[in-house]
Design a protein around this ligand. Structure first.
Ligand SMILES: [Zn+2]
Length: 309
């Protein structure tokens, strides 16, 4: 995808400026909160849902344990929040599968994914690997695009997927499963954090994972996205994000000088639950930052925006 989008390009293929429809709506997804707390979601891959369900974290954070039965080793993606019951579940899975934890990987720094990483690394005597130096611990390493993490006979490939936040990573295992953290979620859409996120990078990261080809998506929150619908979901994420940008432009046409809070209210409407207002405003601010950068929007010194020219 070309990063420097112009207004005309945004509406291409969506001339009525309609909110794109999530292709998962036609599927029989488990309802919010009804997913089993521990379940096998792929070849020797177990998902353990942390007890931190909320508007932002959906069913709770998904912690994944990926095992290699031959070597008896396992790595964890996103330990999640500091919780004794969550730790007990993880231990239970390790014992049941007769594997030993050898490392912790983080998709990004947000606390719902990383809070207990240092504590558990200490407890299990393993390292933490991540894209951000501050998160790396013990024998863990600073991960970059293309790194391969060997787990006995299995391998995990690291892909950089900035946008939700700047240190966001995805992992591909055995060329079959794609761990997406908060880049792509199991239900609804993600947010672009502000100021740490970036709309342009977010869209580029979506284009990048689309290019990898259909994969079973194991997200940081919510149910598995099956391989058969994964490309459609990525297309929906791209269309949805462009739709939000287009909405900002339309609203700025109708309301020439406006702050990001009022703009968010106009775009998201009354249906937005109160706890999601600030995250929605972050996405709006990230989109405004992008429109400022490409010169389509101007800001005054009171934080109000208008279209350029
Ligand atoms: Zn999260």
């Amino acid at each position: 995808m070309s990063s420097k989008l112009k207004v005309g390009q945004l509406v291409m293929g969506n001339p009525q400026n309609l909110n794109p429809v999530d292709p998962r709506e036609k599927l029989d997804l488990p309802s919010l909160g009804s997913m089993p707390q521990i379940s096998g979601v792929g070849t020797s891959i177990v998902r353990i849902i942390a007890p931190n369900a909320s508007h932002m974290t959906l069913d709770g954070t998904n912690t994944y344990l990926i095992s290699d039965p031959i070597s008896g080793s396992a790595v964890m993606i996103d330990p999640g929040p500091d919780s004794d019951s969550h730790l007990n579940s993880v231990r239970q899975v390790l014992i049941a599968h007769q594997v030993e934890l050898v490392g912790i990987l983080l998709t990004h720094h947000h606390l719902d994914h990383s809070e207990t990483a240092a504590k558990w690394a200490n407890l299990f005597g393993v390292g933490v690997s991540a894209r951000r130096e501050k998160l790396v611990l013990g024998p863990g390493k600073l991960l970059v695009e293309g790194d391969i993490i060997q787990l006995g006979s299995r391998h995990l490939q690291v892909i950089e997927t900035p946008g939700h936040v700047d240190d966001h990573l995805g992992f591909i295992i055995d060329d079959e499963f794609l761990f997406t953290g908060d880049h792509i979620l199991g239900r609804s859409t993600s947010v672009i954090s502000y100021p740490d996120g970036n709309v342009e990078k977010y869209l580029d990261s979506l284009a990048k994972v689309k290019q990898i080809g259909p994969r079973t998506i194991l997200p940081g929150h919510g149910p598995v996205v099956s391989e058969s619908i994964s490309t459609e979901v990525i297309d929906y994420y791209i269309a949805h994000r462009l739709y939000r940008i287009e909405q900002i432009i339309s609203q700025l046409e109708a309301n020439p000088v406006i702050g990001s809070d009022d703009l968010t209210r106009l775009i998201y409407g009354d249906a937005l639950p109160e706890p999601l207002f600030l995250p929605a405003m972050q996405s709006t601010r990230a989109a405004l930052k992008y429109l400022l950068e490409i010169g389509q929007v101007e800001a005054d010194n009171r934080g109000r925006y208008r279209l350029s020219g």
